[in-house]
Design a protein around this ligand. Structure first.
Ligand SMILES: Nc1ncnc2c1ncn2[C@@H]1O[C@H](COP(=O)(O)OP(=O)(O)OP(=O)(O)O)[C@@H](O)[C@H]1O
Length: 245
Protein backbone atom coordinates (compact mmCIF):
# COMPACT_ATOMS: atom_id res chain seq x y z
CA UNK A 1 0.00 0.00 0.00
CA UNK A 2 2.86 2.37 0.89
CA UNK A 3 6.25 1.86 -0.69
CA UNK A 4 9.47 3.86 -0.69
CA UNK A 5 12.11 2.94 -3.25
CA UNK A 6 15.53 4.48 -2.73
CA UNK A 7 13.63 7.54 -1.47
CA UNK A 8 16.00 10.42 -0.85
CA UNK A 9 15.59 14.04 0.22
CA UNK A 10 18.32 16.59 0.65
CA UNK A 11 17.93 20.14 1.91
CA UNK A 12 20.93 22.25 0.92
CA UNK A 13 23.77 20.24 2.48
CA UNK A 14 21.63 18.07 4.76
CA UNK A 15 20.59 14.57 3.65
CA UNK A 16 17.31 14.31 5.56
CA UNK A 17 16.46 10.93 3.99
CA UNK A 18 19.00 8.63 2.40
CA UNK A 19 17.86 5.91 -0.06
CA UNK A 20 14.97 4.62 2.03
CA UNK A 21 13.45 1.28 0.98
CA UNK A 22 10.29 0.53 2.94
CA UNK A 23 6.96 -1.23 2.42
CA UNK A 24 3.82 -0.98 4.51
CA UNK A 25 1.22 -3.55 3.51
CA UNK A 26 -2.51 -3.50 4.25
CA UNK A 27 -3.09 -4.79 7.79
CA UNK A 28 0.34 -3.70 9.04
CA UNK A 29 1.50 -1.02 11.45
CA UNK A 30 5.08 0.11 10.89
CA UNK A 31 6.50 2.31 13.62
CA UNK A 32 9.51 4.49 12.86
CA UNK A 33 11.75 5.23 15.82
CA UNK A 34 14.68 7.61 15.63
CA UNK A 35 16.38 10.53 17.26
CA UNK A 36 15.33 14.10 16.50
CA UNK A 37 16.29 14.90 12.93
CA UNK A 38 16.51 11.23 11.85
CA UNK A 39 14.19 11.73 8.86
CA UNK A 40 10.83 10.42 10.13
CA UNK A 41 8.77 13.51 9.35
CA UNK A 42 10.54 13.89 6.01
CA UNK A 43 9.46 10.32 5.13
CA UNK A 44 5.84 11.07 5.98
CA UNK A 45 5.91 14.39 4.09
CA UNK A 46 7.25 12.64 0.98
CA UNK A 47 4.38 10.12 1.05
CA UNK A 48 1.94 13.01 1.46
CA UNK A 49 3.45 14.84 -1.52
CA UNK A 50 4.26 17.85 0.69
CA UNK A 51 7.90 17.47 -0.42
CA UNK A 52 9.41 16.51 -3.78
CA UNK A 53 12.02 13.71 -3.53
CA UNK A 54 15.57 14.56 -4.57
CA UNK A 55 15.91 10.96 -5.82
CA UNK A 56 13.91 7.75 -5.63
CA UNK A 57 10.15 7.45 -5.40
CA UNK A 58 7.24 7.12 -2.97
CA UNK A 59 4.27 5.01 -4.03
CA UNK A 60 0.75 4.95 -2.59
CA UNK A 61 -1.50 2.13 -3.75
CA UNK A 62 0.95 1.56 -6.61
CA UNK A 63 0.83 5.18 -7.78
CA UNK A 64 3.94 7.33 -7.84
CA UNK A 65 3.31 10.37 -5.62
CA UNK A 66 5.47 12.47 -7.98
CA UNK A 67 3.01 11.99 -10.85
CA UNK A 68 -0.27 11.56 -9.01
CA UNK A 69 -0.09 13.70 -5.87
CA UNK A 70 -3.81 14.55 -5.95
CA UNK A 71 -5.01 11.03 -6.59
CA UNK A 72 -2.76 9.46 -3.96
CA UNK A 73 -4.21 11.83 -1.32
CA UNK A 74 -7.57 10.06 -1.74
CA UNK A 75 -6.04 6.94 -0.24
CA UNK A 76 -4.31 8.71 2.64
CA UNK A 77 -5.28 10.08 6.01
CA UNK A 78 -2.75 12.16 7.92
CA UNK A 79 -2.69 12.68 11.65
CA UNK A 80 -0.02 15.17 12.68
CA UNK A 81 1.19 15.69 16.23
CA UNK A 82 -1.44 18.40 16.71
CA UNK A 83 -4.58 17.99 14.59
CA UNK A 84 -5.52 21.49 13.38
CA UNK A 85 -9.25 22.21 13.59
CA UNK A 86 -11.40 25.31 13.14
CA UNK A 87 -11.90 26.46 16.74
CA UNK A 88 -15.31 28.06 16.19
CA UNK A 89 -16.76 24.93 14.57
CA UNK A 90 -17.99 21.88 16.46
CA UNK A 91 -16.46 18.46 16.00
CA UNK A 92 -19.33 17.53 13.67
CA UNK A 93 -18.87 20.71 11.61
CA UNK A 94 -15.11 20.23 11.40
CA UNK A 95 -15.54 16.64 10.21
CA UNK A 96 -18.17 17.76 7.69
CA UNK A 97 -15.87 20.53 6.41
CA UNK A 98 -12.82 18.31 5.93
CA UNK A 99 -14.87 15.56 4.27
CA UNK A 100 -16.42 18.04 1.85
CA UNK A 101 -12.93 19.20 0.91
CA UNK A 102 -12.29 15.55 0.02
CA UNK A 103 -15.54 15.46 -2.00
CA UNK A 104 -17.46 13.39 0.55
CA UNK A 105 -20.96 14.34 1.77
CA UNK A 106 -22.57 12.73 4.79
CA UNK A 107 -25.75 13.37 6.78
CA UNK A 108 -25.49 14.75 10.31
CA UNK A 109 -26.47 11.38 11.77
CA UNK A 110 -23.78 9.63 9.72
CA UNK A 111 -21.19 12.20 10.83
CA UNK A 112 -22.12 11.61 14.47
CA UNK A 113 -21.96 7.83 13.94
CA UNK A 114 -18.40 8.13 12.55
CA UNK A 115 -17.32 10.37 15.42
CA UNK A 116 -18.70 7.88 17.94
CA UNK A 117 -16.87 5.07 16.11
CA UNK A 118 -13.69 7.18 16.43
CA UNK A 119 -14.27 7.36 20.20
CA UNK A 120 -15.78 10.85 20.59
CA UNK A 121 -19.05 11.00 22.52
CA UNK A 122 -22.01 12.82 21.00
CA UNK A 123 -22.04 15.69 23.52
CA UNK A 124 -18.37 16.44 22.82
CA UNK A 125 -19.01 16.19 19.08
CA UNK A 126 -21.48 19.10 19.31
CA UNK A 127 -19.05 21.32 21.29
CA UNK A 128 -16.72 23.86 19.69
CA UNK A 129 -13.30 22.45 18.85
CA UNK A 130 -11.66 25.33 20.78
CA UNK A 131 -12.45 23.34 23.93
CA UNK A 132 -10.94 20.08 22.66
CA UNK A 133 -7.97 18.29 24.22
CA UNK A 134 -5.20 16.85 22.06
CA UNK A 135 -6.73 13.37 22.33
CA UNK A 136 -10.15 14.67 21.22
CA UNK A 137 -8.57 16.39 18.23
CA UNK A 138 -6.96 13.14 17.21
CA UNK A 139 -10.33 11.41 17.35
CA UNK A 140 -11.50 13.86 14.67
CA UNK A 141 -8.42 12.82 12.66
CA UNK A 142 -9.36 9.15 13.11
CA UNK A 143 -12.97 9.97 12.13
CA UNK A 144 -11.73 11.61 8.90
CA UNK A 145 -9.70 8.46 8.15
CA UNK A 146 -12.73 6.24 8.82
CA UNK A 147 -15.14 8.37 6.77
CA UNK A 148 -12.72 8.62 3.84
CA UNK A 149 -12.08 4.90 4.15
CA UNK A 150 -8.42 5.83 3.71
CA UNK A 151 -6.33 2.82 2.78
CA UNK A 152 -3.27 4.19 4.54
CA UNK A 153 -2.74 6.31 7.63
CA UNK A 154 0.33 8.42 8.24
CA UNK A 155 0.82 9.54 11.83
CA UNK A 156 3.57 11.87 13.01
CA UNK A 157 4.28 11.53 16.73
CA UNK A 158 0.60 11.21 17.63
CA UNK A 159 1.35 9.92 21.14
CA UNK A 160 3.53 12.74 22.44
CA UNK A 161 1.76 14.70 25.14
CA UNK A 162 -1.17 12.29 25.44
CA UNK A 163 -2.06 11.04 28.92
CA UNK A 164 -1.82 7.23 29.33
CA UNK A 165 -5.55 6.74 28.93
CA UNK A 166 -5.76 8.85 25.74
CA UNK A 167 -2.67 7.07 24.36
CA UNK A 168 -4.29 3.72 25.11
CA UNK A 169 -7.50 4.80 23.33
CA UNK A 170 -5.55 5.96 20.27
CA UNK A 171 -3.57 2.70 20.14
CA UNK A 172 -6.80 0.67 20.33
CA UNK A 173 -8.22 2.68 17.41
CA UNK A 174 -5.06 2.04 15.40
CA UNK A 175 -5.20 -1.70 16.12
CA UNK A 176 -8.83 -1.75 14.98
CA UNK A 177 -7.88 0.11 11.78
CA UNK A 178 -5.06 -2.37 11.22
CA UNK A 179 -7.44 -5.30 11.69
CA UNK A 180 -9.80 -3.69 9.18
CA UNK A 181 -6.99 -3.81 6.60
CA UNK A 182 -5.57 -0.31 6.71
CA UNK A 183 -1.82 0.23 6.28
CA UNK A 184 -0.38 2.42 9.02
CA UNK A 185 2.96 4.25 9.18
CA UNK A 186 3.64 6.00 12.47
CA UNK A 187 6.63 8.08 13.59
CA UNK A 188 7.05 7.90 17.34
CA UNK A 189 9.53 8.23 20.20
CA UNK A 190 7.57 5.76 22.33
CA UNK A 191 9.37 2.39 22.22
CA UNK A 192 6.81 0.70 24.46
CA UNK A 193 3.75 1.73 22.44
CA UNK A 194 5.64 0.87 19.25
CA UNK A 195 6.15 -2.66 20.58
CA UNK A 196 2.50 -2.83 21.67
CA UNK A 197 0.98 -1.98 18.31
CA UNK A 198 3.74 -2.30 15.72
CA UNK A 199 3.97 -5.16 13.25
CA UNK A 200 7.49 -4.00 12.48
CA UNK A 201 9.68 -1.32 13.94
CA UNK A 202 12.03 0.67 11.75
CA UNK A 203 14.98 2.39 13.42
CA UNK A 204 16.17 5.53 11.67
CA UNK A 205 19.41 7.36 12.16
CA UNK A 206 20.70 10.38 10.23
CA UNK A 207 18.31 9.78 7.32
CA UNK A 208 18.95 6.04 7.05
CA UNK A 209 16.78 3.09 8.00
CA UNK A 210 19.40 1.24 10.04
CA UNK A 211 17.19 -1.61 11.29
CA UNK A 212 13.83 -3.21 10.62
CA UNK A 213 12.61 -5.34 13.54
CA UNK A 214 9.80 -7.89 13.78
CA UNK A 215 7.97 -6.58 16.87
CA UNK A 216 6.56 -10.02 17.71
CA UNK A 217 10.05 -11.48 18.25
CA UNK A 218 11.32 -8.94 20.77
CA UNK A 219 10.12 -7.43 24.02
CA UNK A 220 10.13 -3.67 24.62
CA UNK A 221 13.36 -3.79 26.63
CA UNK A 222 15.18 -5.60 23.83
CA UNK A 223 13.85 -3.13 21.26
CA UNK A 224 15.04 -0.27 23.44
CA UNK A 225 18.49 -1.86 23.78
CA UNK A 226 18.77 -2.36 20.03
CA UNK A 227 17.66 1.24 19.50
CA UNK A 228 20.24 2.56 21.97
CA UNK A 229 22.98 0.38 20.46
CA UNK A 230 22.27 1.93 17.04
CA UNK A 231 22.28 5.43 18.49
CA UNK A 232 25.63 4.81 20.21
CA UNK A 233 27.15 2.81 17.33
CA UNK A 234 27.67 -0.21 19.58
CA UNK A 235 27.20 -3.89 18.74
CA UNK A 236 23.59 -4.83 18.00
CA UNK A 237 24.35 -8.50 17.25
CA UNK A 238 24.91 -9.37 20.93
CA UNK A 239 21.48 -8.04 21.90
CA UNK A 240 19.78 -9.89 19.04
CA UNK A 241 21.46 -13.20 19.88
CA UNK A 242 20.59 -12.68 23.58
CA UNK A 243 16.96 -12.09 22.61
CA UNK A 244 16.89 -15.22 20.48
CA UNK A 245 18.40 -17.42 23.24
N1 LIG B 1 12.44 22.29 5.28
C1 LIG B 1 13.66 21.93 5.71
N2 LIG B 1 14.75 22.67 5.38
C2 LIG B 1 15.98 22.31 5.79
N3 LIG B 1 16.24 21.20 6.52
C3 LIG B 1 15.20 20.43 6.88
C4 LIG B 1 13.86 20.75 6.49
N4 LIG B 1 13.03 19.77 6.99
C5 LIG B 1 13.82 18.90 7.64
N5 LIG B 1 15.12 19.29 7.57
C6 LIG B 1 16.26 18.57 8.15
O1 LIG B 1 16.16 17.23 7.76
C7 LIG B 1 16.57 16.36 8.82
C8 LIG B 1 15.45 15.37 9.10
O2 LIG B 1 14.37 16.08 9.71
P1 LIG B 1 12.99 15.38 10.12
O3 LIG B 1 12.05 16.47 10.55
O4 LIG B 1 12.55 14.49 9.03
O5 LIG B 1 13.42 14.50 11.38
P2 LIG B 1 12.52 13.70 12.42
O6 LIG B 1 13.11 12.33 12.51
O7 LIG B 1 11.09 13.80 12.09
O8 LIG B 1 12.84 14.48 13.78
P3 LIG B 1 11.90 14.77 15.07
O9 LIG B 1 11.91 13.52 15.88
O10 LIG B 1 12.62 15.89 15.75
O11 LIG B 1 10.54 15.17 14.59
C9 LIG B 1 16.96 17.26 9.97
O12 LIG B 1 18.35 17.46 9.92
C10 LIG B 1 16.23 18.55 9.68
O13 LIG B 1 16.90 19.65 10.23
Amino acid sequence: MLEAKQLTKTFDNVTALDRLDLRVEAGEIICLLGANGAGKTTTINLFLGFLEPTAGNAFVNGLNVRNAALETKKYLAYIPEQVALYPQLSGIENLNYFLRLAGIRKSRSDLIAVLIEAGLDETSATRRASSYSKGMRQKIGIAIALAKNAKALLLDEPLSGLDPSAANTLCKSLLQLRDDGHAILMATHDVFRAKEIGTRIGIMKAGKLVDDLDASLLDAREIEQIYLAHMHDSNVTDIRSGAAA
